[in-house]
Design a protein around this ligand. Structure first.
Ligand SMILES: [Zn+2]
Length: 133
């Protein structure tokens, strides 16, 4: 339900698990408890599950921007905490890419001298482009 917001939390550097589509609510609550995560949802019924109340934050907003603003108001979030330090696809912490890996970059990319990073799990490369600003 909030996968887009989850990817933005990863962009900001927050350790964020994104639920698989169709994952049962009880499994989500169990994962949140086991991994000591805050479960973000827009589904008010989820807090009816035993053990969910202490781990769940029900967002009232309905768009990514408004959910991000609501989250910032309700939690102490710093969206510039550690930008581009996690893979947006799989949540793994990024590492500096070596020269061999940087050879996979499209032509003209990565010439700025800014570090190019790679996800050690899925192999995705990250570099600073105009989107960072
Ligand atoms: Zn990855």
């Amino acid at each position: 339900m909030l996968a887009g917001l989850g990817r933005w939390l990863r962009v900001a550097g927050y350790d964020t698990a994104i639920a698989e589509r169709g994952c049962p609510d009880r499994d989500l609550v169990a994962q949140a408890c086991r991994e000591e995560r805050i479960l973000l949802t827009r589904d008010r019924r989820l807090v009816e599950i035993r053990r969910a109340r202490d781990r769940t934050l029900v967002l009232a907003a309905d768009g990514i921007d408004t959910c991000a603003a609501e989250l910032s108001r309700r939690l102490t979030l710093d969206w510039t905490r550690s930008p581009l330090s996690r893979c947006t696809l799989c949540n793994t912490k990024l590492q500096v890419a070596d020269r061999r890996m940087q050879a996979r970059l499209p032509p003209g990319v990565g010439q700025s001298g800014a570090p190019v990073t790679v996800c050690p799990t899925c192999g995705r490369l990250y570099w600073e482009g105009s989107h960072v600003r």
